[in-house]
Ligand binder design. Structure first.
Ligand SMILES: *Cc1c(COP(=O)(O)O)cnc(C)c1O
Length: 486
């Protein structure tokens, strides 16, 4: 059905149609078989679509019109910080001095680009309160994994080989246990108490001399600030473990609280969330890692340093965990984050936190009479509702999410965190106007009313989109990523 309405570029293809006009070959043709050997030379021509330039334009413009992004509407996807990405970031990323540099250029030719990275590291050190920062990792999850390798290297360097457990709260982002598993640790879950915070008694019972690290998000995934953080740090450090801060979402605390001051030994940031790198659709991202002085010798190499007046990449780091990404990180995303930080300044970043928290609390206050609110205290940049009452009427959280599409909104995060039944996790961000927040609130209230009075309209949503309900499980488990000509 979708194909009939909107053919694939391959289906638009007609033999011999082209979008280019190249001059005739004026050098001798190479005999590829002689140069490369039979095995490497393609037998049949590559099956590429043959289309005119106009058809290419219409095809991709048509696709982009079907897309939904922050530039087209409200996108309150909790734990994702879909804030507006200022266009000045794009201007700067396109400056030839940045966009034309090559990672294999000699450092003496790219001192300006290195200075930008160095200054970004310095800003992130200040924002997080950490001793040193590496910009290498390309995503939050990779930052987590990088820091876990460093923490293990630290324990091993201290002759502490037996610390093979990573403690993770049951509300944690899925990447935390996943990174820990990939890094070769066993994952131990710690419970959330009735206030939505780490259960201190449960924590005490799982911490021990096999604890490598506790991974924590603060504010946590319920949008709540872990007020006992200093005690938590004491418990974990007391047992010889380290503390890891999942700083993917720093939107609530920038300029107000710093992981370094809370006692954390390592942290990652998502520059593609808090620091306005465009995201969604899988990248590119940037997940820098900040560490304490103790962990600094283990940072990925090369380490960007300033020596005398020169910026250098230092490779002589005997305790380094090595390189975790080719080149020096996702330069373009780091540059956009640098531009954002410089545009906002320290006062601006503080204001970001203030508005992000204000907007979330405003929406929470307006919606809490219409949906269940499992944790009632003030939230930080996001909050979690439950569709428990609607479920009793036969309307699931998934239906509510689909119904929002009819009103032109991207749905919030649903069914996450896992410890809230029928979870609806809303993160408005600081960049939205009060009018937009009010429109979304009114729509959510209307859907709650529909669930009571006209449940079918919600259960059968969406009614207005090009495609209706998709089989998301099959799409995730058996993705069809290649065009195969029938
Ligand atoms: C987004 C997010 C991550 C993962 O970041 P990626 O860049 O998608 O790998 C980790 N933790 C939290 C809390 C997040 O919100």
């Amino acid at each position: 059905m979708a194909n009939k309405e909107f053919p694939l570029i391959f289906e638009r293809s007609r033999d011999g149609r082209t979008s280019y006009n190249l001059p005739a070959l004026d050098v001798p043709e190479t005999d590829l078989n002689a140069e490369l050997g039979d095995t490497f030379v393609r037998k049949a021509p590559a099956e590429l679509p043959e289309v005119s330039e106009l058809e290419v334009m219409r095809h991709y413009t048509g696709l982009s019109n079907r897309n939904y992004g922050v530039d087209s509407g409200f996108y309150p996807l909790g734990s994702c910080t879909m804030k507006y990405n200022p266009k000045i970031n794009e201007d700067v990323a396109r400056m030839p001095g940045f966009s034309h540099v090559h990672p294999y250029q000699e450092p003496n030719q790219v001192q300006g680009a290195m200075e930008m990275l160095y200054d970004l590291q310095a800003s992130l050190r200040e924002i997080t309160g950490m001793y040193d920062v590496s910009l290498q990792s390309a995503a939050g999850a990779q930052g987590e994994w990088t820091a876990l390798l460093m923490i293990r290297a630290f324990h091993h360097a201290n002759g502490d080989q037996k610390r093979d457990k990573v403690i993770v709260p049951d509300s944690a982002h899925g990447t935390n246990p996943a990174s820990a598993t990939l890094a070769g640790f066993d994952v131990i879950s710690v419970k959330t108490n009735e206030n939505g915070l780490v259960d201190i008694e449960d924590l005490k019972s799982v911490v021990g001399d096999d604890t490598a690290v506790l991974m924590l998000t603060n504010p946590n995934t319920l949008g709540l600030f872990e007020t006992e953080i200093l005690e938590i740090a004491e418990i974990v450090h007391g047992a010889g473990g380290k503390l890891y801060y999942d700083g993917a979402n720093l939107n609530a605390i920038m300029g107000y609280a710093r992981p370094g001051d809370m006692g954390f030994d390592a942290v990652h940031l998502n520059l593609h969330k808090t620091f306005t790198g465009p995201h969604g659709g899988g990248g590119p991202g940037s997940g820098p890692v900040g560490v304490s002085e103790e962990l600094a010798p283990f940072l990925p190499k090369p380490v960007l340093m300033k020596k005398d007046e020169e910026y250098v990449f230092e490779y002589d780091r005997p305790q380094s965990i090595g390189r975790i990404k080719p080149y020096y990180g996702n330069f373009g995303i780091n540059l956009r984050a640098y531009t954002y930080i410089r545009t906002m300044g320290p006062v601006g970043l503080k204001k970001v936190s203030e508005y992000a928290v204000l907007n979330a609390n405003y929406m929470k206050a307006k919606l809490q009479d219409h949906y269940d609110l499992p944790y009632t205290q003030h939230c930080k940049h996001e909050f979690v509702l439950s569709g428990r009452s609607q479920k009793k009427l036969g309307v699931r959280t998934m239906d509510i999410a689909k119904r929002l599409l009819d009103f032109g909104f991207h749905p919030p995060t649903v069914y996450f965190p896992l410890n809230v039944e029928e979870a609806i996790m809303i993160e408005p961000t600081e960049t939205e106007s009060k009018e937009t927040l009010d429109e979304f609130i009114d729509t959510m209230i209307q859907i709650a009313d529909e669930a009571k009075n006209n449940p079918e309209i919600v259960q059968e949503a969406p009614h207005t989109t090009v495609l209706k309900r998709l089989d998301e499980t099959t799409a995730a488990r058996k993705p069809v990523l290649r065009y195969i000509k029938k």
